[in-house]
Design a protein. Structure first.
Length: 651
């Protein structure tokens, strides 16, 4: 039987509004399905968001839908409402929002098998008193936000799982978000073992068609427990009762493409609408989350003790200004003694963003912007030190203004150089490097980590992949090869990220025995992020960081919207950015516009990049001022604009 009527369709393009088509001769063309339809000179896949009996008023002929993609709807009216909120919040079209929220597979295909769960979590554990208190704190209220603020190894995961059990027993559903890092498979296996057929998995290792299998399973109500990375927050669960965000501080919860949503904000929205509980947790909360806890706007549930027999590791800070190699004498000695005990070492080097910075090798001085309190970045082609917030610049120094030393210039090195150094010094030890250059094949990371867990590798050297969430009983030593790299990124969150990374990486040491050791190598041993992470003084760090943010007017004491302009012609990109800045500033009576300035990564794939940052204490006012300009004008030909509400990175 064919449907005769009309449907409103949206597409994954910046074009706002609904597009109406005829459904004559088609069956199954109902709200919630994807369709192929003519759009301009091409045919695109669109999303049917509504049906209508009469066409819109006007003298024109409606085009027909070409074909229906789905045998049954993927989404409903509530989902369209969520997409509309997402589009409004993050300044994109409803079609772009739905394209992000929905799986892209055309047909359902076979899922990979799930292995047996980790013994650590597969079976329900008796809770320690601090865990019992946290569980009761979460369950005390039927909705609202709780935060498990606990040291690494304090048993947060078991609390999450027992909260989930209680919520599922109430007949409600659970979404459990994890960062897209290597802990995912360990946790998935444990959850699968404990919750059996009630589980659906949504993560990047699945093909789009495999995600579609899980999606339809969730939509049909066959899975009450959904686990996955960022995009799992959009899972179409029935009767949502709980969202868990593990490692809440992680930047991977923020999308890097349109719409640039943050899973935490979407979770808050969904939990508010459905009157569900939101439980977040980390050993190193984001500064925003810490502020919400300290002001009482979310419940703070503390887990201060490690439960697996380990203690907090002993920490040694090594000043690299006195060293001639990337591996200090102190770290080399610790590696050797650890190996002689039959124990293992992890060496971590963060290579994200800028590896090189301009500083004094004698005293550690670096050039910073006086107005924005961020590191200046050296542009060799222009021989200028530039602030990528406000655009101010100055000449590089040849003599250190702090100590008068002539020894100023670049610093920084990468994992390959460190690997070479370690292999040369320790030819008898089994060394494996884990980073995106070394780990290319699917499953290779899991195999390497399994070998490390089995004691077949002595030293694991890597980047983010080895930093967090992994529990290895044999690890005694963690060496942070250079703690400074993140400090020199031109971003007001540089201190926060560096602090969190040191605390999280250090948390890999001594998880099961009380003799863990951490060696932090740094050119800036006196930097707050390094010094306070080494002494595990979290409260002092957060208080100092919040005071700095408040003085400078940065989040959480303001809200930001970032606009990035890119194109092949630098002058055209720059002039477009300047015109947007002028227009936004004219409408932003309660705030200011920083820039435009070149992005720290000023050219990517041949495109010149400029940014401007609008900020205000009033989010409603800021959002309105930017959206009016963004919706009311088109950039110059060949220039593209990226809008980022509440950016987490300014590179």
């Amino acid at each position: 039987m064919s449907d005769s009527g009309f449907v409103d369709v949206v597409f994954n393009t910046p074009a706002r509004g609904l597009f109406t088509y005829s459904t004559a001769g088609l069956s199954g063309c109902v709200p919630g399905v994807r369709v192929k339809a003519p759009f301009g000179r091409r045919a695109l896949t669109g999303f049917v968001v509504a049906s209508r009996e009469q066409p819109p008023e006007g003298d024109y002929t409606l085009k027909p839908i070409e074909r229906v993609v789905d045998a049954e709807p993927l989404f409903d009216e509530d989902y369209v409402r969520l997409a509309s909120w997402l589009a409004g919040m993050y300044l994109c079209s409803i079609g772009e929002a739905l394209a992000t929220m929905l799986p892209g597979g055309r047909r359902e295909s076979k899922l990979p098998a799930v292995a047996d769960g980790e013994e650590l979590l597969a079976h329900r554990h008796e809770l320690a008193p601090q865990q019992r208190s946290a569980l009761e704190g979460v369950l005390a209220a039927p909705s609202g936000i709780s935060y498990l603020f606990g040291v690494t190894g304090s048993g947060k995961t078991e609390v999450y799982l027992q909260v989930a059990e209680s919520v599922i027993a109430e007949g409600r559903s659970v979404i459990y978000l994890v960062p897209e890092i290597s802990l995912t498979h360990q946790l998935v296996e444990a959850v699968w073992e404990r919750f059996k057929n009630d589980v659906a998995v949504l993560h990047s290792a699945l093909t789009p068609s495999q995600k579609l299998v899980e999606w339809m399973k969730i939509r049909r109500g066959e899975a009450q427990f959904v686990i996955g990375a960022r995009s799992a927050i959009f899972a179409p669960v029935k009767n949502l009762g709980l969202v868990i965000i593990d490692e809440e501080h992680e930047g991977s919860y923020k999308s890097g493409s349109t719409p640039r949503y943050h899973a935490r904000q979407v979770a808050m929205r969904r939990c508010s609408v459905d009157e569900a509980r939101l439980v977040m947790g980390s050993a190193t909360p984001s500064v925003e989350a810490y502020h919400l806890m300290s002001t009482g706007r979310i419940r703070a549930l503390r887990l201060p003790d490690r439960l697996s027999g380990g203690g907090m590791p002993a920490v040694e800070v090594v000043d690299m200004k006195r060293e001639s190699s990337g591996i200090s004498a102190a770290l080399a000695a610790q590696i050797r003694s650890t190996a002689e005990e039959g124990r293992q070492s992890i060496l971590f080097l963060n290579r994200r963003g800028f590896s090189y910075f301009f500083h004094c090798r004698t005293c550690g001085y670096e050039m910073r912007c006086e107005r924005c309190s961020v590191s200046l970045t050296y542009h060799k082609e222009r021989n200028r030190m530039i602030c990528h917030y406000c655009g101010s610049s100055r000449q590089p120094v040849e003599v250190c203004p702090e100590c008068g030393s002539l020894d100023v210039g670049y610093s920084g090195f990468g994992t390959e150089m460190v690997e070479e150094d370690v292999r040369r010094r320790f030819p008898d030890l089994r060394v494996v490097r884990v980073d995106t250059d070394a780990i290319r094949k699917r499953g290779q990371l899991r195999d390497t980590l399994n070998q490390f867990r089995a004691g077949e590798i002595d030293i694991l050297l890597g980047t983010q992949m080895v930093a967090k969430g992994l529990n290895f009983p044999g690890v005694k030593l963690v060496g942070i090869v250079l703690a400074d790299t993140g400090l020199h990124l031109p971003d007001f969150r540089a201190q926060e990220r560096t602090f969190a990374l040191i605390v999280q990486v250090a948390g890999r040491a001594g998880r099961y025995l009380p003799d863990g050791k951490v060696v932090i190598q740094t050119y800036r041993p006196d930097a707050d992020a390094v010094r306070l992470a080494a002494s595990h003084d979290l409260s002092t760090f957060y208080e100092k960081e919040l005071a700095t943010r408040e003085a400078l007017g940065f989040p959480p004491f303001s809200r930001l919207i970032r606009l990035v302009f890119r194109g092949r012609e630098r002058e055209r990109v720059q002039s477009t950015a300047a015109s947007y800045a002028e227009a936004i500033a004219a409408g932003l009576k309660q705030g200011e516009v920083l820039g435009p300035a070149e992005c720290p990564l000023s050219i990517i794939s041949g495109n010149h990049r400029y940014q401007l940052i609008a900020r205000s204490r009033s989010f409603a006012h800021l959002h309105d001022a930017v959206s009016r300009v963004a919706n009311g004008r088109h950039p110059d030909h060949g220039v593209y604009v990226e809008l980022d509400v509440d950016p987490v990175s300014l590179l």
